[in-house]
Design a protein around this ligand. Structure first.
Ligand code: PLP
Length: 481
């Protein structure tokens, strides 16, 4: 590499490391509108470039406005924080830029990906099978349904199928990506049946059984049941054993969406949440969520390797890429992607550094922190815990004394409270609907979070809530999500 390029990259690394220091003003986010960002940032793509010095300035500008997802106050989505192994893995992956489709172009990377997937499969207690790293749980769910279709209708990949005569089942609290899978695979969202949950947000196996029978009586065949291990808002775990009984009785593929909750398998205390997962046909599990790897790092695992292989078959069209003599080594034959980055390395490095014991300790620590936050919420007279946490999702809301006990007014007040938190920029937690109420959802998935962070969060919520007009009805903006 040229000397200039080396100096440039050293400067970039120095900027990045400086950026990772805690923000001096304590803000993890600035409330800039798209209009003001556009005005204050040069977004022109020039006809003639102006060299690396300008690029360094652009990087500084970018870093200045970036939301500090590495900081403890970031508890908004189901991921966050930054680990040295994760960042190191990303750097090495980018520097050695390869594609995972063939062994010849990604030799050790292919072995590493296989090793990581095998280990995840062991935790799922699936001694046989295969898998692939995907772009995330959404894609993993799509692949689960695709494999279900492949298993039910082996010729469908070639001949197509009549999607409208099939249906699939999911809990009412499942992730929206399952609806997208129904769309993409040609069943249509109308043929995605949302099954009732119990008071803890878990799919009810007998309601599933009823739903399958009802749809069958209407002429729709069951293609797939998607169970969720760790729902997005509440963190509920569907009872896999009970659902597997129903799936076996009806001969239906069982896919488990463990994008968020899969990491419980590392903890001897909490792995019971996924009891029965070894009976599933396929599972997706995001390492970029609770395991803290940088986006993206997500596994899709299937019990019958031949189903995945057949689902990803494309005839002999890629004769320029895949050759028979390397069939067993080329991971591209188990993937829907062609070019695919090496997401396995960062996971491998983190696993080497921590071991199973380290992951287990991380999960247990997060669960303790979630219990701490739940306890703080319970102890505050004006905070209400919405649902008992079983995972690290803690949903709560503020109920001011002055407000009449009117659902809508309290909903509006909490929506305004969340907007005020966002504007203040010290904490990011999300707003969701749970049990027909607007709640604030905080999740513990960020290694930087400590008990003191959560105490601060509660103090901030209470302080900001006092600054809001109690008639908050006028402050609700936009539809609830
Ligand atoms: C339960 C569940 N499944 C799937 C997904 C989608 O995962 P990804 O964002 O990796 O596509 C999410 C995302 O939050 C989720 O909560």
């Amino acid at each position: 590499m040229e000397e200039d390029s080396t100096r440039f990259l050293e400067s970039v690394l120095a900027e990045v490391l400086a950026h990772l220091e805690p923000p001096k003003d304590g803000r993890i986010r600035h409330d800039w509108s798209p209009g003001s960002l556009r005005k204050t940032t040069d977004l022109d793509l020039p006809l003639v470039g102006s060299g690396l010095e300008r690029v360094l300035d652009d990087i500084r500008t970018y870093l200045r406005q970036a939301v500090r997802t590495d900081q403890p106050g970031f508890m908004n989505p189901l991921w966050g924080g930054l680990t040295p192994e994760g960042l190191a893995g990303e750097l090495v992956t980018a520097a050695t830029n390869t594609s995972m489709y063939t062994y010849e172009i990604a030799p050790l990377a292919s072995l590493i990906e296989t090793a990581v997937l095998d280990r995840m499969r062991q935790h799922l207690r699936m001694p046989h099978g295969a898998g692939t790293l995907t772009t995330g749980g959404s894609n993993g769910n799509l692949m689960g349904v695709l494999c279900a279709r492949q298993a039910a209708l082996p010729a469908s990949g070639h001949d197509g199928f009549d999607g409208r005569s099939w249906c699939m089942f999911v809990s009412k609290e499942a992730h929206y990506s399952v609806a997208m899978a129904a769309n993409v695979l040609g069943l249509g969202r109308a043929n995605l049946i949302k099954v009732d949950t119990d008071d803890q947000g878990r799919m009810d196996p007998s309601a599933l059984d009823d739903a399958i029978r009802r749809e069958a009586s209407l002429g729709r065949k069951p293609l797939c049941v998607v169970a969720t291990s760790g729902t997005t808002v509440r963190g509920a775990f569907d009872p896999i054993d009970g659902l597997a009984d129903v799936c076996e009785a009806h001969g239906v593929w069982l896919h488990v969406d463990a994008a968020w909750g899969g990491s419980c398998l590392f903890s001897s205390t909490h792995r019971h949440l996924m009891d029965g997962v070894e009976r599933a046909d396929s599972v997706c599990w995001d390492a970029h969520k609770m395991m803290g790897l940088p986006l993206v790092c997500s596994a899709f695992i299937v019990k019958r390797a031949e189903v995945l292989r057949a689902a990803c078959a494309h005839g002999n069209e890629a004769h320029y890429l895949f050759h028979d003599d390397a069939e067993d080594q080329d991971l591209g034959r188990l993937s829907l992607q062609c070019g695919r980055r090496n997401d396995a390395l960062k996971l491998f490095l983190a696993w080497r550094s921590r071991g199973d014991a380290g992951w287990g300790a991380l999960v247990d620590r997060y669960m303790d922190l979630a219990a701490h936050l739940a306890e703080r919420v319970r102890s505050e007279p004006h905070l209400e815990l919405v649902g008992e946490p079983v995972w690290t999702n803690v949903c709560f809301r503020h109920v001011p004394e002055a407000l009449p006990y009117l659902g809508e007014a309290i909903d509006a007040h909490n929506a305004a409270l969340r907007a005020a938190l966002l504007e203040e920029g010290r904490f990011m937690i999300s707003r969701a609907d749970l049990d027909q109420r607007v709640v604030l959802r905080s999740v513990i998935a960020n290694p930087a979070v400590e008990a003191s962070t959560l105490d601060d969060l509660v103090d901030h919520v209470l302080r900001l809530a006092r600054t809001l007009p109690t008639d908050a009805g006028s402050q609700v903006e936009g539809p609830r999500t």
